[in-house]
Design a binder for this molecule. Structure first.
Ligand SMILES: [Zn+2]
Length: 236
């Protein structure tokens, strides 16, 4: 080993000691920096592979929204499962790097797929400003940042914004939720997204109400936008 290589080697080892790569779910140390999970958790999760088909379980959540070209979730969300644990760390335990790592990882798959290969812009579903200030970051935005790295796309958090804090959504049915969210997002940007391939991203797809509301706002402003969606997880 020459001196330079030796220094690089020790520097890596030192970094690893200071900032070990840990499993995004159980937080055990892992040796392979590019992996997300330890071997044990790896066996408990499965990717959806939905990014390989245009019409799928994901797009089926949006029967009334015909502007969506395609969409995909990285994983299935199972309550009490490993993905739920990772999302809890990301959302409530100040672990934004989990979102970035998930994004970098999934971005490789999306970039290699024919459907998502040439996405130009990635737009995270915005959080209310107050919520973002409390959390310190928008979990969808850190996911978007990771995706953008490996997809060679550009994140734009300066296009769509959230107007006001939503009241508790848990009591409402799907139609009520969509109506309730109609006025929540608004566009404010000089960038023209017409005819551009845009990926709208959120952390999790449940009813699809939030994503649809956000997407409808984009389509209203940019009728010729080429719209796709991606999330970290979806219910099944
Ligand atoms: Zn683990």
């Amino acid at each position: 080993m020459n001196l330079f290589k030796r220094i690089a080697y020790y520097f890596d080892a030192l970094l690893d000691l200071m900032y070990p790569t840990v499993c995004i779910s159980c937080e055990k140390k892992i040796d392979e920096h590019t992996e997300l999970f330890c071997l044990e958790c790896q066996h408990q999760v499965r990717m959806t592979e939905l990014h390989e088909s245009m019409d799928n379980e994901f797009t089926a959540h949006f029967p009334t929204f015909d502007k969506l070209i395609s969409g995909s979730a990285m994983y299935y969300y199972i309550k009490t499962g490993r993905i739920q644990k990772a999302l809890e760390l990301l959302k409530y335990k100040n672990r934004p790097e989990i979102g970035t790592r998930l994004g970098q990882y999934y971005g490789n798959f999306l970039h290699a797929s024919t459907i998502y290969a040439d996405v130009e812009y990635i737009i995270p579903v915005p959080l209310h400003t107050k919520r973002k200030a409390q959390r310190g970051y928008n979990q969808s935005e850190v996911f978007a940042n990771g995706l953008a790295e490996t997809m060679k796309a550009q994140v734009r958090s300066d296009i769509i914004f959230r107007r006001k804090e939503t009241q508790s959504q848990t009591e409402k049915n799907r139609a009520d939720r969509i109506a309730n969210m109609k006025a929540i997002f608004y566009c404010k940007s000089n960038l023209d997204l017409n005819h551009r391939k845009v990926l709208l991203v959120d952390d999790i797809l449940t009813t699809g109400a939030t994503l649809q509301s956000c997407a409808e706002t984009l389509v209203l402003r940019y009728p010729h936008i080429k719209l796709y969606m991606a999330t970290i997880a979806m219910g099944n």
